[in-house]
Design a protein around this ligand. Structure first.
Ligand code: NAD
Length: 259
């Protein structure tokens, strides 16, 4: 039997990360889950992936804003069966105009959405290089290419991760390692639901009204991408068919950035 590859997905207890972990498990990768949430829900996801797909699942509660915890998480993943695929997905949002943007909110968004991918990659790369194989997939956003009001830290972090992806690709171009970014438009996850609920509260409208308004403002295709589809895109980027795709950022955005 061919040994299964091991994929670590940061922020995989919810939303897109959960969809990616599930797609990779379905494609027969062993999985390390990471992220916060209700311990019972996390245990249920852990068990679901193991029983449905028959792969080995681990969980790390490392905080992606803490470099020392990231280092330990990657070292443990490598020690426990080796690491093949690193998906940097954990992310948070904070919405405010720049002049009102809290300093600690800026630092939090930059550390979780950008710096964590530097730290995970730094510790995973020597292992990938020694093996001559590795895949890094960074979940950026349309906001890696364009701006929107009230999202200064998020837009800066996502532009940053698109740049980091290019350097990771160039430095490892002939070592069997690829690094790519995926840039989703709207995906209906808790991160986006919170923004919709905040808009409904602010404008005195319904969640349904604001859901349609949100899509209509920016995205020509009036439907959400699903976490499952982002998961399928990650599986593709890890496949042999994609082994010369590196340094790219792939938009999955219903035409948002085609305008
Ligand atoms: P989500 O809120 O559903 O999930 C975020 C995940 O990150 C959770 O598992 C959470 O526990 C984890 N997380 C948060 N802070 C963490 C920390 N300090 N350490 C470890 N884990 C932490 O959000 P989502 O919408 O699934 O977003 C996932 C990624 O996709 C983010 O990078 C986000 O920017 C990006 N993205 C989302 C959309 C969208 O429309 N939802 C669009 C483009 C890009």
């Amino acid at each position: 039997a061919v040994a299964r590859k091991h994929a670590l997905v940061t922020g995989s207890t919810s939303g897109i990360g959960r969809g990616i972990a599930t797609a990779l498990a379905a494609a027969r990768y062993d999985i390390t889950l990471n992220g916060f949430g209700n311990p019972d829900d996390i245990a249920a996801l852990h068990k679901e992936l193991e029983t449905f797909y028959g792969v080995k699942v681990r969980y790390s509660n490392a905080d992606m804003s803490k470099p020392a915890e990231i280092k330990t998480m990657i070292e443990q993943a490598i020690a426990d069966g080796g690491l093949d695929v690193l998906v940097n997905n954990a992310g948070v949002q904070h919405v405010s105009r720049v002049e009102d943007f809290a300093d600690d909110a800026w630092d939090r968004v930059i550390s979780i959405n950008l710096s964590s991918a530097f730290h995970t990659s730094k510790h995973a790369l020597p292992h990938f290089q020694a093996k001559g194989w590795g895949r890094i997939v960074n979940i950026a956003s349309v906001h890696g290419h364009i701006g929107s009001t009230n999202k200064a830290a998020y837009v800066a972090a996502k532009h940053g991760i698109v740049g980091l992806t290019k350097v990771l690709a160039l430095e490892n171009a002939n070592q069997g390692i690829t690094a790519n970014a995926i840039c989703p438009g709207w995906v209906l996850t808790p991160l986006v639901k919170e923004q919709i609920e905040a808009r409904a509260a602010k404008n005195g409208t319904t969640v349904e009204h604001e859901t349609n308004a949100l899509l209509g403002e920016k995205q020509p295709m009036l439907k959400f991408t699903t976490p499952e589809k982002i998961g399928a895109t990650v599986v593709f980027l890890c496949s042999d068919a994609a082994d010369t795709i590196t340094g790219s950022s792939l938009t999955v955005d219903g035409g948002w950035t085609a305008q």
